[in-house]
Design a protein around this ligand. Sequence first.
Ligand code: PEP
Ligand code: MG
Length: 587
Amino acid sequence: MESTAKSEITIQGIAASRGIAYGQVFLYLQSELEIPQYTVDSDKRVAEVARFEQALLVTRQQISQIQAQVTKNLGEEEALIFDAHQMVLEDQALIGETIRDFQKTGLNIETCFNAVAQRYIQAFAEIDDEYLRERAADIKDVAKRVLHVLLGQSAMSLTELVDKRIIVAQDISPSEAAGIDRSAALGIVTDAGSRTSHAVIVARSMKIPAVVGTKDLTTKLKNDDWVMVDGYDGCVIINPTEQTLFRYGKIRKAKQSFETRLMSVNELAAETLDGVAVSLRANIEKPDEVALVQQYRAAGVGLYRTEFLFLSAPRIPTEEQQYAAYREIVGGLAPAPVTIRTLDVGGDKPLPGDPHLIGPEANPFLGFRAIRMCLENPAMFKNQLRAILRASAHGKVEMMYPMISGPEELDRANALLAEAKAELTERGQAFDGQMSVGAMIEIPSAAIAGDLLAGRCDFFSIGTNDLIQYLLAIDRGNSRIAHLYDPTHPAVLRTLKQIVDTGHAHKLKVSVCGEMAGDSIYVPLLLGLGVDELSMTPTLLPSVKFIIRAMKMSDAKALATEALQQTDARKTYALVEAFFNERVKAE
Ligand code: PEP
Ligand code: MG
């Protein structure tokens, strides 16, 4: 067997999408194009321009074909990116400047087009705004296609992947990720990226194992090499030996039967061995996930990230459009409760419908994000508040504000909510006057001054993704420091305890809706700390329910007490892991 002839190498990265894959490598290297430079004879210049126009046309057709394929494979929303690409091809400034350069210099059209495109890419890439930087990626993507057509070369494309392979790339752009055929990709590995990069989100939604942050793996591999992708432990094994294959074969079988075991609790109650019922809810991004919430038997939605409605639309959605989406979710799940979070754009989520509303920032995660942006744009914010209130007439809505930093912000948000209510009353439109209003606790100041927030809202929902990022000063999207992002850090545990205790002292429900809530290893710790409710990606519900059904709440409380006494995060993790393993094995 080929793999045994070479030595086995294990490369550690970051686990990004669960599962194990073994197969041959499809090395996706976006090499630099060699562009010849020459002068075009004056009698051939009209033909040269026509050649350019023809290339634009062919590229347009290529993109339409990919768009159709992506729509078929992944759905319309994922194919939207190609609208932006078609717009680049229709950009009169880019085309006009290329032709003007050509007429001035007489240099071949590839040279002129490349120079103009590079100027645009450079200009966009230097802007300190994620959204505009993404436009640079679009131009780069499209310019490469046009140049390939002009040079008569076929562009390397992930859509060409037809046999079952493991894609290994330096990075995968959103449009490339969207073009991956789920039946042809066994696994995805990227040298760059973090758990939140676009390729990973696509991999997770397609249930393909993925590992990211492998640094320079692409330089160590050739096409057709055999690799094992371990999406559980986040490693890639090059040329695995027979023993490794055997071990992984067993692991894969064990994991598969474990997944089956997990699903066996799907229909059962989320109740501990000593009879404590735990409320488990789902995090959703789109109305079409209502079916998943029901399939995984969530008690409701604990976090509906409304920004995805804004991120996928070409313009900021109107009150009516928002109302329609919220109503679909609320009505679809009634009488189960749905926690709608008001708009959380900014940070890593720019607003495509109005990129200028946020604009370039040096530190977007510390910038004009979420509730800060909404309070400065009260008309837009009240559109959303009215839409949410109107949806509350169709079921049970709870609403929460993201990124609250202190009482003043909460007061201002609530004042706008009161105005929105008065406006609906004036219009004669129905809403639930008793709708619960919560504050997300995800900024350290909110945790420290929690008692000042408690009298101003009905519940707390802890956003551990941001809370940990801000507490430990670890950018949640940066693969270089991802290993420092530690939920068992003593400061994190103390902060969680403080939030829970403050909430309970004021008789508020305290839930957790960050990723930590869906990681079954941390579930006993969170429940032991006194968290009342957990909300997670719907597909993770069975694994969380499984550990809840295998533990006693009294033991979880003892675990939390012991964890709070630790000074070393690694020891805490070891405790938490041992607690988990003992219970899961005993089942
Ligand atoms: C969080 O910060 O934990 C959270 C749930 O919100 P988001 O991931 O959308 O920032
Ligand atoms: Mg957050």
